[in-house]
Design a binder for this molecule. Structure first.
Ligand SMILES: C[S@@+](CC[C@H](N)C(=O)[O-])C[C@H]1O[C@@H](n2cnc3c(N)ncnc32)[C@H](O)[C@@H]1O
Ligand code: SF4
Ligand code: SF4
Length: 402
């Protein structure tokens, strides 16, 4: 029997606006309580989880908020999600977690669970600029997950308040083999009244991008990103790794849904003026297939400005959320990108470095659980090719180091 081609789809669902912490930049906070009610248990099951399963048999639901674990139906939803054979991410501040709760979540999800812990800096002072937790508490949660053999990653929201410690934070996480996702600060929710903490092009060039480039375990969705399109195409084809894993994933492998069911190409674009519909009115699978904003961002051929003529247009694509907040148009150029391409032939000086780090990142995904369960090729040949590619690139890179 011919197997279904592997794909990747992550629905980041802000399940509630309720929270037990009060981060000053929080993008989900609204001044007035929304007129509409948050999605009910049944709505989440059928309008989110069932639809994700329909869109991608190996899809994922990232449960976030507010604080998802405050929802009374959190365990019921996790059980339903794993009953559909889907992995769950839980993006959490960690306050309500303890060893007992972690064990219960592992049981409810039948092990198909990955935590995303928010840590803005390993440096306590920088972390406390934006969050009321302490880095040591987050590291303690990571140790609990190690004990239970549960996967996790750290989520760093990058602002001018923590960017100077970003390199130190990423080096620490690299040493501990902890993958990381960067969230660029956007002026959404409470963030809209403190726009000044957002970074600029100069910050990106001198401080943020060098730190991000240096840690390959951070290579999911960051921009500007300079891996060569030829290298990425060859690697993707060979290993069946979806294009949307790198660079901006908005509407490609990743979308957002807010607590009231409104959809956006990226979670950072929720509550904005972009009209991508509501799962209460239109099935998520239909929105993905027919909404013009989703379609044009997924396709990428209408991307404008320098991103539109850039060699890295598809492997990077520029942060569509930052483009929107700067211009009102998600198809415009990334405002904090420091690369100035004349046309599609202009190469970045960082291309070789990025290609080599992509190989390191793919090796990490292939060799470590649970990542090799999620990013796994389904066909026998792709599995075989992945193993020989991993061994081949590993030999090459260790040979070079001698
Ligand atoms: C809104 S929180 C909800 C999950 C959980 N309560 C927590 O604090 O991790 C999800 C992620 O969004 C990030 N975030 C919050 N406000 C943001 C903003 N204005 N721009 C970008 N990311 C933001 C947080 O740092 C966190 O990693
Ligand atoms: S718009 Fe793209 S690059 Fe920006 S945060 Fe969203 S997925 Fe990431
Ligand atoms: S110009 Fe746009 S696509 Fe090119 S590297 Fe910069 S952000 Fe990426």
């Amino acid at each position: 029997m011919k197997k279904k081609k592997r794909d990747f789809f992550l629905c980041y669902f802000e399940s509630t606006r309720e929270c037990n912490q009060d981060c000053k930049y929080c993008m989900t906070k609204k001044d007035i309580s929304p007129a509409e009610k948050e999605l009910s248990t049944d709505e989440v099951k059928h309008l989110i989880i069932d639809e994700v399963k329909k869109i991608c048999a190996q899809g994922l639901v990232a449960f976030s908020g507010g604080e998802f674990l405050l929802r009374k139906d959190a365990f019921e939803l996790l059980e339903y999600n794993s009953g559909k054979e889907l992995y769950a991410f839980i993006n959490t501040n960690g306050e309500v977690l303890d060893p007992e709760k972690i064990k219960m979540i592992k049981k409810a999800t039948r092990g198909k669970i990955i935590f995303g812990f928010s840590l803005d800096s390993i440096d306590e002072n920088a972390h406390s600029e934006t969050r009321s937790s302490k880095p040591e508490e987050i590291l303690k949660l990571a140790r609990m997950c190690n004990k239970e053999k549960i996967g996790y990653f750290f989520l760093i929201t990058v602002t001018r308040l923590n960017m100077n410690s970003l390199d130190k934070t990423l080096k620490f996480l690299r040493e501990h083999n902890i993958p990381t996702l960067r969230s660029p600060f956007v002026p959404r929710g409470a963030g809209s009244s403190i726009k000044e903490i957002g970074f600029n092009k100069d910050d990106m060039e001198k401080t943020i991008n060098p730190a991000l480039r240096g840690n390959p375990l951070n290579y999911v969705s960051f921009t500007p990103f300079f891996a060569s399109p030829e290298y990425m195409k060859k690697t993707w084809k060979l290993l069946e790794i979806p294009i949307s894993t790198f660079g901006c994933q908005a509407a490609r492998g990743f979308i957002g849904v807010n607590a009231e069911g409104y959809v956006a190409p990226c979670v950072h674009l929720l509550d904005s003026e972009l009209d991508c519909g509501n799962v209460r009115k239109t099935p998520l699978s239909e929105i993905m297939a027919t909404n013009h904003i989703m379609k044009s961002l997924a396709d990428g051929s209408e991307i404008k400005g320098k991103c539109g003529k850039c060699r890295y247009k598809h492997s990077c694509r520029g942060c569509r959320a930052l483009a929107y907040y700067a211009t009102g148009d998600p198809l415009e150029a990334d405002p904090v990108c420091f690369f100035e391409p004349e046309d599609e032939n202009t190469r970045s000086d960082f291309e070789t470095e990025c290609n080599e780090k992509v190989a390191e990142f793919i090796r990490f995904l292939a060799l470590n659980k649970p990542w090799n369960r999620i990013f796994r090729p389904t066909s026998f040949w792709a599995k075989l090719k992945t193993i020989s590619w991993v061994l081949g690139t590993y030999k090459k890179s260790s040979g070079r180091r001698k």
